[in-house]
Design a protein around this ligand. Structure first.
Ligand code: EPU
Length: 330
């Protein structure tokens, strides 16, 4: 166990605001977690790629860093893996791609830890974690036991899961079970991937996804950001038709339940805010859904930018954008 006190939050969020943490605890193994008995439930943090500390935090912040990869079973068609939560997501994806296993390639280069992946049900380029997830192991503070939740009990939805709702604050994800395929078919529905074909290898798909991400999304190590800042809004068919009658070129994604998902980045771009900045916080010039910190950004800059985007999108489209990023200290 590692304990740090009175430190800057900057290295612990890829948005890199310079707020303060009173205490940070890092646990390296399940045994350390079992022995850890906090008086007050700590706040959980992975690699900070989707969390922003808006204010100084008095609550202890906990990082669970245990990492191991276990091949549980293997047959001609599938492999089953048990991956501990502290692993880095992209390193895991790269390793599975190098083995020639299919399933995670479209989720290449997503920043963050394995343990954070089910919380958001991370998704990109036509795939999401739920597609390959068998189970999630969840440690409960109250019982101090690890419960195995099968995929159907995880409540996976668009950027949503039971870990954000009923289980929020109840414990932490310690491992994820995955099934990957030895022979797979490329998922090429996304428009940046059309130069590939059904014979492309898993490595070719991963490389193409990496290239698309690098062309659109800023590298947090160079320009601090937390990826998509807002969720793509889902509206009713009638709301969609009202907007589409005025904006026939608007991208949209019909949902299974009859509702329609809109592209928040497109909506923001229409308001003219793409490439604009407030103080040191900007609406990224190549992808309006990403907010960036030009180095000395403050929580106030960020909050003004959030409000401005929400107000302008609401005024023009009557659509309310909700943050996708976890804002701490609101
Ligand atoms: N668009 C614009 N202007 C912009 C940005 C986007 O017109 O400034 C348009 C695009 O041309 C496209 C549509 O909006 O027609 C959607 O854009 P894009 O394909 O870039 O994807 P997104 O909906 O903005 C989502 C995820 C990303 C994921 C990509 C690719 C959410 C909130 N975001 O973004 O996830 O990588 O699809 O699948 O669902 C993340 O969660 O941090 C993230 C990066």
């Amino acid at each position: 166990m590692r304990l740090l006190q009175q430190l800057s939050a900057k290295p612990y969020s890829t948005f890199a605001l310079d707020t303060r943490l009173a205490e940070l605890v890092e646990l390296e193994s399940l045994a350390e977690l079992m022995a850890y008995q906090p008086a007050v439930t700590p706040m959980l943090l992975g690699e900070g790629s989707n969390s922003i500390f808006l204010t100084d935090q008095s609550q202890t912040v906990l990082r669970y860093l245990s990492k191991s990869r276990t091949l549980l079973s293997e047959d001609e068609k599938h492999v089953q893996l048990h991956i501990e939560a502290g692993d880095n997501w992209h390193q895991l994806v790269s390793w599975t791609v190098a083995q020639g296993w299919w399933g995670l390639e479209n989720l290449s280069l997503i920043p963050g830890s394995v343990g954070a992946a089910p919380v958001q049900n991370i998704g990109a380029y036509g795939a999401e974690l739920a597609d390959c997830c068998d189970y999630v192991d969840f440690f409960h503070w109250q019982s101090r036991k690890v419960q195995r939740l099968s995929k159907s009990n995880c409540g996976f939805g668009y950027r949503d899961s039971i870990f954000k709702t009923a289980l929020a604050g109840q414990g932490l994800i310690v491992a994820v079970g995955l099934t990957l395929k030895k022979q797979g078919k490329p998922k090429l529905g996304y428009k940046g991937l059309e130069h590939l074909n059904q014979h492309s290898s898993v490595a070719e798909v991963a490389d193409a996804v990496i290239a698309v991400r690098q062309s659109k999304l800023p590298d947090p190590a160079v320009l601090p950001n937390c990826g998509s800042f807002f969720k793509n809004p889902i509206v009713s068919q009638s709301e969609f038709e009202a907007i589409q009658s005025r904006y026939s070129a608007m991208p949209f994604y019909p949902q299974a339940d009859g509702q329609v998902k809109l592209a928040a980045g497109w909506l923001i771009e229409q308001t003219g805010l793409k490439g604009q900045r407030i103080g040191y916080v900007g609406c990224y010039e190549k992808q309006a859904l990403v907010l960036v910190n030009f180095g000395r950004g403050t929580a106030a800059d960020l909050q003004q930018m959030i409000s401005l985007i929400q107000q302008k999108v609401a005024a023009q489209f009557a659509v309310q954008l909700e943050p996708e990023v976890r804002l701490l200290g609101q």
